[in-house]
Design a protein around this ligand. Sequence first.
Ligand code: SF4
Ligand code: SF4
Length: 308
Amino acid sequence: MMSDKNVIFDIQKFSMDDGPGIRTIVFLKGCPLKCPWCANPESQSIEPEIGHHYTLCQECGKCAALCPQHAITMIGGDKKLHIDRDKCVVCGTCVKNCIYRALSIYGRVETVDNIYEEVNKDRDYYDVTGGGVTLSGGELLAQPDFAAAILTKCKDEGINTCVETTGYATPENFAKILPYVDIFLYDMKSLDDAVHQKWTGVPLEPILRNLDTAMASPSEVVIRLPLIPGVNDYEENLFATRDKLLELNKIKPVRIEILPYHNYGEGKYVMTHRDYTLKDMKRHTPEQLAAVCKIFEDAGIECVLHKS
Ligand code: SF4
Ligand code: SF4
């Protein structure tokens, strides 16, 4: 189990996609799931890491010469850069000395007060649009105390709070954030435990248990379905998801948001030296996406289709 390191990898302003109104998104680093379609692979490790922007790299070798840990080597006849990530201590020397801006650090340790200060700068926009702050990741529950501290501060200061979560956490860690969350954007990738474990690496049971807890709380709950071709877009799973939504709607109103698969994050896999295994995956057509929405709408469930 990961423990809190107070590491974020981005703060994104003026988002309109992750909760109501204009929002500031705080991306926490670290995730216990291993979904191959992840659009933010730089979020998966809780540790800060070096990104190599290969399209900007001139292969000059300066970074390799200056690295105090000898973590960078230029390999092969074409002198391609290789980073030994076990040796790298993320000191930033290479980043500072690359005049081509071909290196960057994903992730930084941040304080709750600094994050709040940044979030609070856009308070006027939140007030006019009904927006606020959204914590995302990674999986924010990989750093439950840090996440709870940010949410508590924002909520105490009157800022609407939203979390985008897989729901994968112990009951104790889930309970830490629960009182400070106005809106859950709650992933439901598959309702078949074997499929869920195969693609994400974790069991479904803790996610459904925490969903029950969220449903029993005063927080608003929105279900999000990342729709992945050949993984969870088959009828049996869509009908099971529809039935689950009907069950949830007996407790309180819950809509579903469909997040179509895209491969926009593929370049970041190369930058952080990870394999992108879904290279040949074809995206859904608008007609296919509309048909998925119709399954929910025909059952009287509000369905929002996100842009792909
Ligand atoms: S990352 Fe920058 S310093 Fe390193 S080889 Fe490429 S261009 Fe040169
Ligand atoms: S961050 Fe520091 S240790 Fe890591 S590769 Fe760059 S210079 Fe070397």
